[in-house]
Design a protein around this ligand. Structure first.
Ligand code: PMP
Length: 374
C-alpha cells in the first residue's frame, strides 16, 4: 500500500523538521544544559496534588460534563469575576474547561475558520498556531513584530482583509516573554471591533507576569476592556502540571456553544481528576515561584544583555535573543555551535520566518542556567 500518498494534504503541509533537528542534535548529548524546555521546573503544589489524588480515590474517574465539572466551572466564574470583571453565568458569556490550552485553541479555530479564511498571528509565534490554521484549511497571516515583539494595532491593521476571521494575540508571549501594555491592547480591541474580526487572547502565561510588567498588580488583558473576545488560559504552566492537559476558554455564548459541540465529538471532556486539582489550584499562591523566575530573567539579562539584543521579557520563562550581527551566522548555525558546547537552545526559525534569534528558556535551576549562559 502507498502509505505516504494516503496522508491528507493538510497533514503533510505541517513541518516539524526544525524542532526535530534540535532534538536529534540534543539526543546525542549525555548531560546537556537544557535551555530549550517549555515547562516549569517546580513540583505541583501539594494541595493540587492532594485534590487530584482524592478525586481518583473517590472514584471520580468517569466522563465529566463536556463543558467541565460543576465545582470547577463555579470556581472559574468566580475567578473571571475577580480577575477581569466578567459576570457569569449570563446569557451572553460562557466558560468551558478544555483539554489544555491547545485544546481550547483548536476548538476555537475549528469553530471559526472556513477553508480559505485568514487568521492573523504574530511572527514570532507559538509553533502550533500556523499548524492549527492549516488543520482548518485556513491561512495563517503573519504580523511581523520584530524587534520589540508587540503585536500593535498599527502593525495589524494593514493585514486585515475581507477574509480575516480572527486575530490571535499572545501576551506574555512565547517565544519572547514580551508583555503588551494595556494601551497597546486597547487599540487592538478597538481595531478588531471596528473591523468585525474575532479577537482571541492566549493568556497561558498570565500568572507568569513579573512585577515590572504588571499594571495595577495584574497581567494586562484585553478581557478587562471588552467581553467580545475569546479568552484562552491554561493550568499547565502556572501550576507545573503541563501533562495534565487542562485549560479553559471564556467568551461569547454563541461561540462557546459551538466549541462545546466540537469538544463533545473530539476530546469529549477534559481529564476528570485534573479538573478536581484545578479547582484547588486557583486558591494556591504562586507569587513566590513567579518572583524566583523573575530573578532568573534578571540573570539572563545581566549575563547576555551586553552581547545580545533581548526584548525585555515581562513574563513567561523565555528570552528571545538576537544572534550578534558581527558573528555573521544564522540562528540555526549559532544553535549548532551552542549544542557542540553542550547547551540546548532553540533557533528562531522554529517560531518564525526569520532565523535571527534564539529562544533561551530559564525554566532551569539557577546554577545550570548560569553555566549555560556563560
Ligand atoms: N499557548 C502558548 C503560547 C504556549 O506556549 C503553549 C505551550 N507551550 C500553549 C499555548 C499550549 O499549552 P497547553 O499545554 O496548555 O496545551
Amino acid at each position: 500500500m502507498q502509505t505516504s500518498t494516503m496522508i491528507s494534504d493538510r497533514t503533510t503541509a505541517i513541518d516539524v523538521s526544525g524542532i526535530r533537528r534540535v532534538f536529534e542534535l540534543g539526543a546525542k548529548l549525555s548531560d546537556p544544559i537544557n535551555l530549550s524546555i517549555g515547562q516549569p521546573d517546580f513540583p505541583v503544589p501539594d494541595p493540587i496534588k492532594d485534590a487530584t489524588i482524592d478525586a481518583i480515590r473517590n472514584d471520580q474517574n468517569g466522563y465529566t460534563l463536556t463543558q467541565g465539572t460543576a465545582p470547577l466551572l463555579a470556581r472559574l466564574r468566580q475567578h473571571l469575576a475577580d480577575d477581569v470583571g466578567w459576570s457569569l453565568p449570563s446569557e451572553d458569556l460562557d466558560v468551558m474547561v478544555t483539554s489544555g490550552t491547545s485544546g481550547g485553541l483548536l476548538l476555537a479555530f475549528l469553530a471559526l475558520l472556513n477553508p480559505g479564511d485568514e487568521a492573523i498571528i504574530g511572527d514570532p509565534y507559538f509553533v502550533v498556531y500556523p499548524a492549527m490554521a492549516r488543520m482548518c484549511d485556513a491561512k495563517a497571516v503573519y504580523c511581523d513584530t520584530y524587534p520589540d515583539f508587540r503585536m500593535t494595532a498599527e502593525r495589524l491593521e494593514p493585514l486585515i482583509s475581507e477574509r480575516t476571521k480572527l486575530v490571535l494575540i499572545n501576551s506574555p508571549g512565547n517565544p519572547s516573554g514580551v508583555v503588551m501594555s494595556n494601551d497597546d491592547l486597547r487599540e487592538v480591541v478597538d481595531l478588531c471591533a471596528r473591523r468585525n474580526v474575532m479577537l482571541i487572547s492566549d493568556e497561558i502565561y498570565d500568572e507568569f507576569t513579573f512585577d515590572d510588567a504588571r499594571e495595577q498588580g495584574k497581567c494586562p488583558s484585553p478581557a478587562r476592556m471588552s467581553d467580545q473576545l475569546l479568552l484562552i488560559r491554561g493550568f499547565g504552566k502556572t501550576y507545573g502540571c503541563t501533562g495534565w492537559r487542562l485549560g479553559y476558554a471564556a467568551g461569547p455564548t454563541w461561540l462557546l456553544r459551538e466549541m462545546k459541540k466540537l469538544q463533545q465529538y473530539t476530546f469529549v471532556c477534559a481529564p476528570s481528576m485534573a479538573q478536581a486539582g484545578a479547582a484547588a489550584a486557583l486558591d494556591v499562591d504562586m507569587d513566590p515561584i513567579v518572583s524566583a523566575y523573575a530573578q532568573r530573567r534578571d540573570l539572563v539579562e545581566s549575563v547576555l544583555g551586553d552581547v545580545m539584543d533581548i526584548a525585555h521579557p515581562g513574563g513567561a520563562f523565555y528570552a528571545f535573543a538576537k544572534v550578534p550581527d558581527r558573528l555573521g551566522m544564522t540562528a540555526t548555525a549559532f544553535v549548532e555551535q551552542a549544542i557542540e558546547r553542550n547547551v540546548l537552545i532553540i533557533p528562531g526559525s522554529v517560531f518564525s520566518r526569520s532565523d535571527t534569534h534564539v529562544r533561551i528558556s530559564f525554566a532551569t535551576p539557577v546554577e545550570k542556567l548560569q553555566r549555560g549562559l556563560d
